[in-house]
Ligand binder design. Sequence first.
Ligand SMILES: Cc1cc2nc3c(=O)[nH]c(=O)nc-3n(C[C@H](O)[C@H](O)[C@H](O)COP(=O)(O)OP(=O)(O)OC[C@H]3O[C@@H](n4cnc5c(N)ncnc54)[C@H](O)[C@@H]3O)c2cc1C
Length: 509
Amino acid sequence: MNSSQFTAEPSSNDTAERDVTGLPSPASGADRAPLKFDVIIAGCGPTGAMLAAELRLHDVRVLVLEKETEPVSFVRIVGLHIRSLELMAMRGLLDRIREHGRQRPAGGFFAAINKPAPQGLDSAHAYLLGIPQPVIERLLEEHATQLGAQVRRGCTVADFAQDDEGVTVELADGDQLRTRYLVGCDGGRSTVRKLLGVGFPGEPSRTETLMGEMEVGVPQEEIAAKVAEIQETEKRFWLKPVGKGAYSVVVPAAGVGDRAEPPTLEDFKQQLRAIAGTDFGVHSPRWLSRFGDATRLAERYRVGRVLLAGDAAHIHPPTGGQGLNLGVQDAFNLGWKLAAQVRGWAPETLLDTYHAERHPVAEDVLDNTRAQMELHSTEPGPQAVRRLLTELMDFDEVNRYLIEKITAIGIRYDFGEGPDLLGRRLRDIDVKQGRLYGLLHRGRGLLLDRTERLSVGGWSDRVDHLADPTAALDVPCVLLRPDGHVAWIGDDQQDLDDHLSRWFGRPAD
Ligand SMILES: Cc1cc2nc3c(=O)[nH]c(=O)nc-3n(C[C@H](O)[C@H](O)[C@H](O)COP(=O)(O)OP(=O)(O)OC[C@H]3O[C@@H](n4cnc5c(N)ncnc54)[C@H](O)[C@@H]3O)c2cc1C
């Protein structure tokens, strides 16, 4: 923790007396503690770290509370899909992240059906970046702290109470902190969600899988042939080298003891023998873990001043590698809206658009993971459906549809009637200064104006204006939200002003 980086650390001019909304200071005269923070985030996983960074772009006083004293080194094999790579490019992080990952083709992720991506995907970043989760977490946390977020480790959120003016957050050690808003980014077993009493309907875990890293006692060639043979029918199995003499092992966990207890090396050996007839002489584990296929979605993403994001709001099996991507994208959607609320310029309904836009996206991800899990089944019926889908994916449109779904570039938010581009994200097109996403690093709105006669007027403190007749667009002008989604298309100033009000509130005087 480096509190000197934290511009929001309470100081003489940075406590509740400096009310960023311009409203009367809630603490003054009241018996509550001062609102030292605008937003407290519970959990410094990828979602919490991304959200903290997004809020700091707007000078919001952010504190992230993380129960673990050290970053977790548990390596989930994570890939950043196209839309997440685009978000990283939009905040100037992509080059840094790419240094630590391996670019792979974007195709082959839907139910691990091995089909190449179709030609001409609508993105300048059309690949998958394989990168271990601890590395992504470290880079996002660094990004957030560099922007001035404070991260306090070893702090567990245990309770909270909200009132009209803020939220009192209680830590496990009894300390209390006051904040305007609290966001639960505290993972699938979210304390914040449970305390809120928000329903989390869905299905419990039915299929458990063991995952770990360890060394093996037989030559690589022997392993490769056996693994290929088993994978013909068993899609939830792999054993592959991950460097430095270690192998990543994934094996179904049927019949393995107490789910609350961490698995042992003996559990892995047993399961390997059952599925492969040999335990490959595995030894010297680096870490051992298990995961299930529970699938659940929070009924509400917001209750008053408390919100949920990432795994705290949705859980599903890791097929297709979407969970982290979904959480980071939640954070990107929520960040500028919550910042607008704190800064006092948010239109009345803006914060509620977070649930309206992101809940259906998660619903869709849950459904596609349910479908993928069926396709992983070794039963004859699902195997037949898998063969049929594999054939169907030879049709370009089917393959494209599925890949746009998994990579989240197919998302279209419902902004009302309008051309197909309305509500979609805009790809990283060429503009006269270089690339479009290079203009979005500060997390502001952008009017991309090919007519060169429009203006953002009184919204210029929140929205940039690029007059560029050469921009590679086939419409006259677009208004982009800070998350890169198209909020308006047209060429009429009055219509533009109406949409600026809709998304960015009242113009400055
Ligand atoms: C085997 C496996 C493979 C996966 N592969 C992929 C993949 O390829 N691609 C992908 O996108 N996703 C993948 N995922 C999913 C991904 O790991 C999760 O979706 C992602 O970690 C969610 O991020 P999060 O920040 O929302 O939650 P988490 O990563 O769970 O972070 C929550 C944080 O909150 C902290 N916390 C919890 N309670 C409290 C509290 N009360 N107070 C303070 N702090 C608290 C925790 O310590 C943790 O640091 C995989 C998951 C598994 C299990």
